[in-house]
Structures are given as C-alpha cells and as structure tokens.
Design a protein around this ligand. Structure first.
Ligand code: PMP
Length: 440
C-alpha cells in the first residue's frame, strides 16, 4: 500500500483536494457496509462509498451481472438524434412511475453536475420557447451544493468552489439557507420562514420578476450539513414562485431514491417541483449515471421547434440504465427507503450522548443522512476549523475502523441504506467515544 500511496501522491489530483489531507487510504474491495484497504484492514463505511451514493451497499453481484449482461448484448449505442435503446426506455418509464404525477419526461446524464446543467438550460429554454427570453436569472442558496462545472458550480453556495477560476455563470443570485441552528445569527428574532420568504420576494423584485427563470434547491441540504427546512418553507417558496411564473428545480442528487425515507424527498416536503435532478443513488454508484425529470409541459416545450440542442455522449447509456433498473429492483425488494428511516432512529439513539459534548453544536438526522456540527465554542457557535474536524474523522477511523466524512465544519454520515442496527450502533459508539475523549 505504501507504494500505491506514493504513486497516488505523484500522479493523481483528487476532487476537492483539501490542503489538510496528505495521507490517503487505498480502498480495494467492498461488501455490504464494509470496505477493505490495500493492507487488508476492514473498515465500516458510514459514508455510502464516501459521497452519499451507495444505497444498496458494496459488492452486489446482481448489479455486476446486470452490467455484464448488458455489455455483452449492447455496450453502447447513442440515444442521440434518430436512435434510442430499450434499457433507456424501460428506465424512463420506471422513473416516471416513481416520480410525482406529471413529471413524466426524462433526460439522462452521466452524473449530478450534468443533471443540474441540463435543468438550468431546460428552465431557460422553456421560458424562451414561450416568448419570455429575458427570464435568465437562476436563484440558488448559500450552503447549497449543486456540482462543480461552471453552471452547477456557480449555483453552489460554497465560496472555495469559486476561488480563482475566472468568471462564473452570469445571472445567478444567492439567497439565505434555512439553517435553524444559526437562526439567531441569520434571521435575528424573526420567524425563519418569514425572513427567508421576505428575502426571496425582495430578491425577485430586485432582479425583476420577468427576468427570473428558476430557483434551485435541495429539499434537504446535504453538503451544507443536512439542513431540513421548517415545514412551511417549501410550500411558501412555491407560492411565491407561482405568483411570478418562476420554475422550481428540486436538486435531489442526494435525496432521491430513499436516502431520507422517500423515493423523492421533494414529495414529502410539499415542494411540488417542476424539474427534479438525480444521480448518485440511481445506480448506487455502480455506474456514473444521472437523470433529470421534467414536467410534461416543460419537456414538450423544450423539444418543439428546433428541439433541445443539449446532450452528452453517454446520455441514456444502456449499461447505466440496466444497472439502475437492477438497483431499483433491490431497493424495492428490500424496502430500503423504510430502512433509511430506521437508520435515522438508530443514529438518533446512538448519538444521543453527544448532547453532553462541548465541541458538538448540533446533531441533525434525516433518515440515512446525518450531520454532526462541530464548534470551537458552544456559546458563540463559532465553527470548528476544517483541519480539526478532519483530525477527528481520522481518529474515528484509526481507533475504531469507522469511516465518516469531514465536510466544512460537519461530520457527515450517509451510510448505505442497507446498514443494520448493530452497524449503526458500532458507528455511533465510535463517534461518541472519539468526540467525548477529544473534548475532555
Ligand atoms: N447536486 C447535489 C445536491 C450534490 O450533492 C452533488 C454532489 N455531491 C451534485 C449535485 C453534483 O453531482 P456530481 O458530483 O455527480 O457531479
């Protein structure tokens, strides 16, 4: 493993390569919620493959077989222009069945950033086709994560994503997030939803209601630290947007396919989106794949006249679609959205002792997604510095063999939706032990 680590250091640049990270573990195998490093050490994966994507767990033969069968039959032929393929059709029908009632149009991508790019192009084009080409502004939110490409990266509300990379996508405006732990500092003594709706209305007014194409938001913010909005937030946002003819894009790259207990989280928050973006869990990471679901009227509008001149070489890849279908089969058969809710209950119980740990500001659990917000000072709520959070996750791994993920000042948990009670208990005990010891 030392040799591999050396070669890695010399030749690879990694995504989101934080300066605090100098050592990397070489992961070579996985089964269920366990993975093994190059030296044969077993680790418990409380991150779902690192980035919230492994819903059915690692090493599923059924998915390997679905991929192999499709590769033998037809590895890839484009779904561009006058061609399509049977697996893409079958998956589109299946997704329409799971999605909210009138989102029956599907566009396939190779991942989350591409899904978001597609959604913003579709939103702008929809308005243009209906005679409103000035509707170009997109509203997103601070702490939202939408991807790393120029469009999706501009929408993303994390400053480091924008540093030193030149001009970003024009006509993007950011509003405040629903972040209840920081309500006093963000909203003063106003009701959080009142504050946020007021700010949104003022922003739309400033941009000109006839100039705004869409607002994009994760139903529950993932990367921002599992931020669940107040129950009246999305219905009231929807009402404001309806008033001005602005589309709503639900970025469900993390939340779709059961992570928070529903096939689509937007459905359980009364969000009523016009477009839904997905990726990650659609294949549980067994293929790089994503899908955008659009309301019928939007899908129809963007494909009329000259058509939708947008697409990727691997849009509608039949191997990705075959894997996605087999992945959905497993999730339905094993009722994984329901297990995600149980995982949430087990984490709430297992992490309860953190209430007494002075460096823990807040613990947020939403099904199989959780964030432990670390603070340097519990009174002022000053966030803990990233290298310190990183140090804690490194200790949890070194001492207990449990993988958690540091992101900004949160420790993120996003295990496979197959995780059982014993595994959640082990992960929780490891976290509680290290955070208690280090805070003492
Ligand atoms: N949207 C959300 C909500 C995400 O969490 C992510 C990735 N973490 C993306 C979009 C971008 O997806 P990808 O990394 O597959 O491009």
């Amino acid at each position: 493993s030392t040799e591999l680590e050396d070669l890695d250091r010399r030749h690879l640049i990694h995504p989101l390569q934080a300066a605090a990270i100098s050592d990397r573990l070489v992961i070579v195998r996985g089964k269920g919620c366990a993975v093994w490093d190059a030296d044969g050490n077993e680790l418990l994966d409380a991150t779902g493959g690192g980035l919230w994507h492994s819903h059915v767990g690692h090493g599923r033969r059924e998915l390997a077989e679905a991929a192999a069968k499709q590769i033998e039959q037809l590895e890839y032929f484009t779904s561009y222009q006058e061609f399509t393929n049977d697996k893409a059709i079958e998956l589109a029908v299946r997704l329409s069945g799971l999605a909210p009632a009138d989102l029956n149009k599907v566009f396939f991508t190779s991942g989350g950033s591409e899904s978001v790019e597609t959604a913003i192009k579709a939103a702008r084009l929809y308005h243009a086709r209906r005679g409103q080409p000035d509707r170009t502004w997109i509203i997103s939110r601070l702490y939202g994560y939408h991807g790393a490409n120029y469009g999706s990266g501009t929408l993303t509300g994390f400053e480091p994503m924008h540093l030193s990379v030149g001009p970003n996508l024009p006509h993007v405006e950011k509003v405040s997030p629903p972040y209840l732990y920081r309500a006093a500092e963000l909203y003063g003594d106003q009701d959080p939803t009142d504050f946020l709706i007021n700010e949104l209305e003022q922003t739309i007014e400033r941009l000109g209601p006839g100039n705004v194409a869409a607002m994009i938001g994760e139903p529950v913010m993932g990367g921002g630290g599992v931020l669940t909005p107040p129950a009246d937030y999305w219905p009231r946002v929807r009402e404001v947007l309806n008033k001005h003819g602005i589309l709503l894009i639900a970025d469900e790259v993390i939340t779709a396919f059961g992570r928070t207990g529903a096939w689509f989280d937007s459905a359980q928050r009364d969000m009523d989106p016009d477009i839904i973006t997905t990726a990650k869990g659609i294949t549980s990471g067994y293929f790089s794949f994503g899908a955008v679901l659009l309301r019928d009227g939007i899908g129809d509008a963007i494909t009329e006249d000259y058509g939708f001149f947008h697409g990727y070489t691997f849009s509608g890849h039949p191997v990705g679609a075959a894997v996605a279908l087999a992945n959905l089969d497993i999730m339905e058969r094993e009722d994984l959205p329901a297990n995600a809710l149980s995982i949430g209950d087990w984490f709430r119980a297992g992490l309860a002792p953190l209430a007494d740990v002075p460096t823990v500001g807040d613990v947020r659990v939403e099904g199989a997604a959780a964030a432990i917000e670390m603070v340097a000072d519990r009174q002022t709520r000053e966030p803990m510095a990233f290298p310190d959070v990183f140090g804690l996750t490194a200790q949890i791994r070194a001492k207990h063999g449990v993988i958690t993920r540091p992101y900004a000042h949160n420790i993120i948990l996003s295990p496979p939706l197959t995780m059982n009670e014993d595994e959640v208990r082990r992960a929780s005990a490891a976290i509680v032990d290290v955070l208690t010891q280090t805070a003492a």
